[in-house]
Design a protein around this ligand. Sequence first.
Ligand code: 5AD
Ligand code: SF4
Length: 436
Amino acid sequence: MPSIYLQTFGCQMNVADSNGLAHQAWSLGCTFTDAPEEADILILNTCAIREKAEMRVYSRLGQLKLIKRPQSKVLVAGCLAEKDRAVMRRKAPHVDALLGPRDYRQFKSLLAQWGVPTDLPPPQTPMRLPSAEDAPTLDAPLEYAHLRALVSITRGCEKFCTYCIVPYTRGPLESIPPAEIETQIRREIRCGAKEITLLGQNVNSYLYEGLNFAGLLRRLGCIEGLERLTFLTSHPHDFDREVVDALADVPALQPRLHLPVQSGSDDVLRAMARLYTLDGYLEKVAYFRERLPGWALTTDIICGFPTETESDFLKTLDLVQRGTFEYAFVFAYSARPGTPAATMEPQVPQHERLRRLQAVSAAQNERTRRFHESFLGETVCVLASGPSRKDRTRMAGKSGHNITVVWPKDGAHSASPTADVVVEQAQTWGLVGRVA
Ligand code: 5AD
Ligand code: SF4
């Protein structure tokens, strides 16, 4: 049976898709390897969200060309396969096939074309994926990987923010039937999952036969054995009080909300076609804070969007300095060919984008550290992700707020998937403590 090397780039959605591809291949009897030089089929599941993500994929393709066996096949899947469909043959001629995010139903027939028999009974052994560098959940050691599961609830996106490539690579919005979502969650719980993350580009636009996202949360909250539930990503335009009320009512929901603001300037928000103003965003946050005190609010911010002036940038900086967010992912704007923003004038020079990014990150780091310090002396319940990568004598995991926590490994506790950890040190990156 052929062996497969699978490497994932990009977001959690890609990680979930990779799991789906791996499952299809496993059901045909394929095995997995973390040695690309030995694999019969090499798959890169790729990202196109920023230019840097693309460059990493092309450089990895270049490396693989040198080490792969001459007869082995290379498949590029994911957003870059869709975006660069026309130019991939020129840029990476050794790629044998492309599958965009909407093409995964053709994966088995592609494997069949490459000589994988499709008429054998399913394998008796459980699926064992080796670690893949870029995929945090696949990366977890096998004993811990099953504790977290990603479950897609929507595919695609129709918001068309002017900077974003995703609606072009992933296509229009589709909501997955609730019964299918429930079946998958039950299956993951049977396999040992403690935490389920619901995934969608904009989960708040979920709608299936009258069931909206708030209703879906309430329905999934009743699933027996579901310990921790969380979701990514919300769009502030569609995020409303009904969802906040559901968050307050479903006990399994973890105390964190990711609500990307992107900018603190109304002019920039308009140019981004984000469909809300800063005040509109803050009003929603105020209701969230009132109903859910103690939750962590995290966000995404883009620095140096075309037309962003110094005064626009200072509004974003001020928003961050006021301590609006417990954590932020801060990005420098990257022009995506074919999106409206790519041709807006004026574009902000790269060095200026980076200067703004550094200022916003530094302000956010201050706030994040203070947030982490608020846990000193407290006991936090942590879901383990395995031995710490930096220090193998320690365990690492995530608290309900999604803060990284590390603690010394000790024989008795290290096998347990959860730990109560007394926090002794707070850093910007996370918390250090000991088992209570
Ligand atoms: N340039 C920079 N950042 C981007 N994002 C999406 N598209 C771009 C782009 N062209 C960021 C947004 C989004 C996150 C997933 O990536 O902040 O919320
Ligand atoms: Fe995920 Fe967007 Fe990257 Fe596609 S382009 S992998 S949807 S982050």
